[in-house]
Design a protein around this ligand. Structure first.
Ligand code: X7A
Ligand code: MN
Ligand code: MN
Ligand code: MN
Length: 278
């Protein structure tokens, strides 16, 4: 991903690399109920939250390159500590809003939003290394784009909380330009709040970004994926970006790693002003 940093520098952005976070391996990190690796994920996210807070306190737009989407717990938590009025645009095939009690897999990458939303607080059990996390966003502060693999319990939560969603059905029926227009009308209706864009590479179709852990067919085209970043960039409100779930180990062959990484690089460049007209 250093290519991203270099390309951003070349495109005239002042880039400060805050370096890689080192997460210690916790060999006896027993599951909490069905939730896997709670201590490793909880401790890693505390480091992410502190790092994002440092970046925001320095006045930068923060880019968190993952890694698992569970890292959005720390990224949004740290960002909200500086900008509590932030709005979240979650671009993903999945809603990642299972609670530890609804998750069908116990994987925390399918749960990050549930730890952050005020309205779900009572549904979250106390887990080891998660006590530092305080809910920091409301259901009304969230917009999803790209959904196409939502578990039944997640669907109930989305509907019950009235969370704004643009699934791939709406992307097809409205077109991505209308989706972005309506997204920004919804999150910036009254005042221009800072935007936290949490971009899961699996929002893109697997033909574009195959090297990822939970690919789902029928995803965003490369052009739709890029349009999202170009549109949000021109609002001038992008305050933090997560680019997650790029996983070279999931590629069947080398070229799939390049397709996926190149798409990720282009998405980040789109967030910082690279436009396709030149
Ligand atoms: N919703 C899933 C997938 C989460 C993907 C995380 B992401 O978005 O960061 O990549 C479970 C998906 N579902 C489980 C049953 C069989 C079909 C897939 C989960 O594990 O919670
Ligand atoms: Mn994952
Ligand atoms: Mn995700
Ligand atoms: Mn996903």
């Amino acid at each position: 991903m250093y290519e991203e940093i270099i390309k951003l520098s070349l495109s005239g952005c002042a880039v400060k690399d805050y370096g890689n976070l080192k997460f210690e391996d916790l060999p006896d990190d027993e599951p909490f109920g069905s939730t896997k690796r709670p201590r490793a994920v909880g401790l890693a996210n505390k480091q992410v939250a502190d790092a994002v807070q440092r970046v925001k306190n320095d006045g930068h737009t923060c880019v968190m390159l993952g890694g698992d989407h569970s890292l959005a717990i720390g990224s949004i938590h740290g960002h909200a500590a500086c900008r509590p009025e932030l709005k979240v645009v979650w671009v993903d095939a999945h809603a990642d809003i299972n609670t530890p009690l609804t998750s069908p897999t116990g994987n925390i990458h399918g749960q990050p939003m549930s730890y952050l939303i005020h309205e779900l607080c009572a549904k979250i059990p106390h887990m080891p290394s998660f006590s530092w996390i305080k809910p920091c966003i409301a259901a009304k502060d969230i917009v999803y784009i790209g959904l196409r693999d939502v578990d039944p319990e997640e669907h109930y939560i989305l509907k019950h909380l009235g969370i704004k969603t643009f699934s791939m059905t709406e992307v097809d029926s409205l077109g991505i330009a209308k989706v972005m227009e309506q997204t920004c009308d919804y999150i910036s209706s009254k005042i221009k709040n800072p935007i936290h864009l949490s971009y899961d590479i699996d929002a893109l179709d697997p033909s574009v970004a195959p090297a990822t852990g939970t690919p789902v067919i029928g995803g965003l085209t490369y052009r739709e994926g890029i349009y999202i970043t170009e549109y949000l960039c021109q609002t001038g409100l992008l305050s933090a970006i997560d680019l997650v779930e790029v996983n070279p180990k999931q590629a069947k062959r080398e070229e799939e790693v390049h397709w996926t990484a190149n798409a990720a690089v282009d998405l980040v460049l789109g967030c910082f002003g690279r436009v396709r007209e030149g």
